[in-house]
Write a protein of this length. Structure first.
Length: 140
């Protein structure tokens, strides 16, 4: 899973939420461009890794109760809650943990951590900014 996501680093949007790779991610989740694509990106990566789920472009759907975990590890999904949206508004993939920090791979972000970014980036996030974690690898 992490190798697949890492191979996507450097993908950039063409226009706003568009471009060939972004269209591929969104199409995998059944959505047309332009649309926010952080969850579709992760769904695409899980699909390429042989997982049939998740398959969504809706970031809150990445956190069903059966998948929630309080002990994050590499390849888990994390969600960031946005007060103005009253929901999880951005998701990413845990690449590794170091103390109170998560090194991540995220789609539809930017170097500054925006939830409406321009591509696939590595990010560093403090754990206090993370609302939920989900494990989509372990068979449940």
């Amino acid at each position: 899973m992490l190798q697949i996501a890492t191979a996507e680093l450097g993908v950039r949007e063409v226009g706003n939420n568009g471009g060939p790779r972004v269209r591929t991610y969104l199409a995998y989740a059944g959505i047309k461009t332009p649309a926010p694509w952080c969850a579709a990106f992760l769904s695409y990566c899980f699909g390429r890794a042989g997982c049939t789920e998740p398959k969504t472009a809706w970031s809150p759907a990445m956190f069903p109760a059966v998948r929630l975990t309080s002990d994050p590890k590499p390849a888990d999904v994390f969600g960031i809650y946005f007060e103005n949206l009253q929901r999880i508004g951005h998701v990413g993939l845990v690449e590794r943990l170091q103390g109170k920090f998560i090194f991540s791979i995220e789609g539809n972000t930017s170097a500054d951590g925006s939830r409406e970014g321009t591509g696939v980036f590595r990010r560093l996030r403090h754990t206090r900014t993370i609302s939920k974690y989900a494990d989509w690898i372990t068979v449940k």
